[in-house]
Ligand binder design. Structure first.
Ligand SMILES: Cc1cc2nc3c(=O)[nH]c(=O)nc-3n(C[C@H](O)[C@H](O)[C@H](O)COP(=O)(O)OP(=O)(O)OC[C@H]3O[C@@H](n4cnc5c(N)ncnc54)[C@H](O)[C@@H]3O)c2cc1C
Length: 321
């Protein structure tokens, strides 16, 4: 059988695993976190649940739609509140495509599909090494070299991490880089009736968006919000101490929620949150015989793009290898 190493199991990795012909390919899976789902992430806290990564997804593609209906029937919902753009304090309606979410938390995607696959979790891959027989070995974070060898390696890690793993074995667009997103989870005792549940800020503040979590999770103990900072502000402030970042964000939140401090505060720094266009858009990302990359950065960004890149590569393997 042909051996494949899959590095990382977010949406794209799970999509690849769901469509690849497992009778033809033997796949070993390595994931640096303790579970599947990547940036489709849900944090359980003492005051309730927060989707602190992706909030929603779109369903524009029929393959994605059919996949969701057959694997997640009844588990995803349409998000009802309209998006409002906040232009310097003035809320304006914004007609956008329909958004969906997993009602049990966005990480339901990984939790549900992940049950079907065995993986080495908490296993970070540092780099790869070519053997004399033109196969690949993986080098782990502690410099241990995999005993097994692989005919193909597929990385579903974000661009910057894939570049570090593949290094000179793969040619990357040097100008491309993923953008961070500083995310704050806040919980208030009181419900802020006058604050719209889904706002995007088109002003010169540090805030990008605000999402009321209790729309998704109605048993949260506090009124929970996810606050996402703008990408440029996140780039400029990522290395500041957490307390400094929190106090900067709270300054703007005070204007929105009033002077009373939130009861709950937790910060998460996404180093590789979002992506822009790159040369691989809508292609199979490979410029080496047997190294491949999948993920949102390969396929136009976002959840649906990540899913389609995994699907496309599985199809490529099934049909041509
Ligand atoms: C704050 C935020 C908000 C977002 N909002 C939206 C939204 O509203 N709508 C939308 O469609 N998209 C949104 N996105 C983007 C969306 O989450 C991603 O496009 C999608 O989840 C990417 O999936 P992926 O499989 O490409 O990558 P990931 O989900 O990042 O999966 C990669 C996996 O690889 C693992 N990994 C990385 N390095 C290694 C290594 N060295 N060894 C082993 N494993 C490794 C990681 O742990 C991870 O599990 C948002 C993202 C963030 C962070």
């Amino acid at each position: 059988m042909t051996n494949i190493a899959l590095i990382g199991v977010g949406v794209s990795g799970l999509s690849f695993l769901s469509f690849i012909n497992r009778k033809k390919f033997n796949i070993e899976i390595f994931e640096k976190s303790r579970g599947f789902s990547g940036r489709l992430s849900t944090r359980r806290t003492e005051c309730g649940k927060f989707d602190h990564g992706a909030q929603f997804f779109t369903i524009k593609n029929n393959i994605f739609k059919e996949f969701l209906l057959s694997n997640f029937s009844g588990l995803f919902k349409k998000y009802e509140p309209s998006i409002k753009y906040n232009n310097h304090g003035v809320l304006e309606n914004f007609a956008n495509s329909t958004h969906y979410y997993f009602s049990g938390g966005m990480n339901s995607f990984g939790k549900t599909l992940g049950k079907k696959f065995n993986a080495s979790l908490n296993t970070k891959i540092k780099s790869i090494k070519k053997t004399s027989k033109n196969k690949w070995q993986l080098i782990f974070d502690d410099n241990y070299i995999s005993k097994g060898t692989f005919d193909y390696v597929v990385s579903s890690a974000p661009f910057d991490q894939t570049r570090d793993i593949y290094s000179n074995n793969f040619s990357f667009d040097k100008k491309f880089a993923m953008r961070p997103c500083i995310t704050l989870m806040v919980g208030f005792k009181t419900f802020h009736e006058d604050v719209h549940p889904y706002q995007k800020f088109h002003d010169d503040s540090n805030l990008d968006s605000l999402f009321y979590q209790n729309y998704k999770f109605n048993d949260n103990k506090l009124h929970c919000w996810v606050v996402q900072a703008k990408a440029q502000w996140s780039i400029n402030n990522l290395e500041l101490p957490d307390e400094k970042i929190i106090s900067e964000l709270l300054r703007k939140l005070k204007i929105i929620f009033g002077p009373k401090k939130p009861e709950f505060l937790q910060l998460h720094k996404w180093r590789f949150a979002s992506t822009s266009k790159n040369k691989f858009e809508n292609e199979i990302a490979s410029n080496c015989d047997n190294l491949f990359a999948i993920g949102d950065w390969v396929s136009g960004g976002r959840v649906e793009g990540a899913f389609l890149s995994g699907y496309r590569l599985a199809k490529h393997f099934n049909e041509t290898i």
